[in-house]
Design a protein around this ligand. Structure first.
Ligand SMILES: Cc1cc2nc3c(=O)[nH]c(=O)nc-3n(C[C@H](O)[C@H](O)[C@H](O)COP(=O)(O)OP(=O)(O)OC[C@H]3O[C@@H](n4cnc5c(N)ncnc54)[C@H](O)[C@@H]3O)c2cc1C
Length: 319
């Protein structure tokens, strides 16, 4: 499994809804992967005030990037592919990335969101992704395995991956998707597969990131007081918050070391979901809260779930 930096050039940048900027890139003819894309994670190297750093396009791109003076290397962020139109009769390949905007025009907007809003045709960044012939599926975490049913919970940062998963939906799967958005106007007006039910859960005033998804999960897992019972403690200092890693756990990988706290799947809720795979992504505290509900509370095997912190409220991404 190998990722390479591609020099991608902006073809177009447009506000597709109140809180999403879609940037369309060319320069990706050799970008992959082959086959499914699903929730493949890609990296972006965003130019800083010194412009785009020089990189050779090799497999050791990360070491190369880390060796550049931090003042001159720009910022690295993780994104998903909303759409990759491969090169063909219609012309060269095009890549769409949808950026969830936050704090536009204020210091709360990070380098990625700010870059997307300001992007002009001809601007460039590096997209780090597999090559077009790569069939190994690196960076894809949507792993339903033998499950017949899928439940997907994600916030606006996970929406591009969720829509890609929906675009590549298998006719053999039945699914339910819950997506928390800033504004219902951000919900795309597209058709979904007949066997995938979608619920938009706008956040609304007075709610914090993830509240709507925690409530949706509490209904699924029959939990009465999810925030009280399962919310992780607030880090004691900003530096603790920065240093604690984003939660990342899939059927085959865990960033946790707490095997002993996983209950046996004996509850009636666990029985109901014996044939279900869960995909949960978005703000880290929300994902951790739902993980506790699923694994500790309902006793569902974590091997049926992918829990992925996509960002951490109040903490800029490390790349
Ligand atoms: C596998 C993966 C796939 C992802 N796919 C996408 C994607 O396709 N589209 C997408 O938009 N994001 C996606 N993200 C999330 C994205 O990487 C983060 O939101 C990232 O922090 C944005 O970088 P930034 O430079 O704009 O802000 P940063 O510099 O990282 O953060 C600056 C401040 O903004 C806050 N912040 C970051 N994101 C948000 C937000 N959405 N709402 C409110 N506050 C925020 C941070 O907490 C911090 O306080 C993905 C993340 C992962 C791990």
């Amino acid at each position: 499994m190998a990722f390479f930096p591609f020099t991608a050039t902006v073809k177009n940048s447009e506000r597709i809804s109140p809180n999403f900027q879609r940037v369309t890139f060319t320069g990706v003819n050799d970008m992959g992967p082959a086959g499914h894309i699903m929730d493949l994670r890609i990296k972006l190297v965003i130019p800083g005030e010194h412009g785009l750093p020089q990189m050779t396009g090799e497999e050791n791109w990360y070491d190369e990037w880390k060796a550049i003076d931090p003042v001159k290397r720009g910022s690295m962020r993780t994104y998903s592919i909303r759409e990759l139109r491969r090169a063909g009769e219609h012309g060269e390949a095009e890549l769409n990335i949808d950026f969830a905007l936050h704090g536009v025009g204020t210091p709360d907007s990070g380098p990625a969101a700010t870059w997307a809003v300001e992007a002009q045709p001809g601007d460039q960044l590096y997209v780090v992704a597999p090559q077009k012939e790569d069939e190994s599926g690196p960076g894809i975490e949507f792993q339903p395995g033998e499950a017949k049913n899928v439940v997907i919970l994600g916030d606006e940062t996970a929406l591009p991956a969720m829509l890609r998963i929906a675009d590549e939906w298998s006719a053999e799967l039945t699914g339910t998707m819950y997506c928390e958005l800033v504004d219902i106007a951000d919900a795309p007006k597209i058709d979904f597969p007949a066997n995938l039910t979608v619920h938009w859960v706008p956040r609304g005033e007075g709610h914090t990131y993830g509240d709507m998804l925690v409530e949706s999960a509490a209904r699924l897992f029959e939990v009465e007081n999810p925030r009280g019972e399962f919310t992780p403690p607030v880090p004691s200092s900003p530096s603790d918050a920065e240093q604690s890693p984003l939660i990342w756990e899939t059927p085959t990988y865990s960033s946790f070391d707490d095997e002993e706290e996983r209950a046996e799947p004996t509850s009636t809720v666990a029985e109901r979901y014996a044939d279900t795979y869960f995909w949960i992504a978005g703000e880290s505290s929300m994902v951790t809260t739902i993980r506790r509900m699923v694994v500790k509370g309902a006793g569902i095997s974590r091997h049926q779930v992918s829990f992925m912190g996509y960002w951490k409220n109040g903490v800029k991404a490390l790349g």
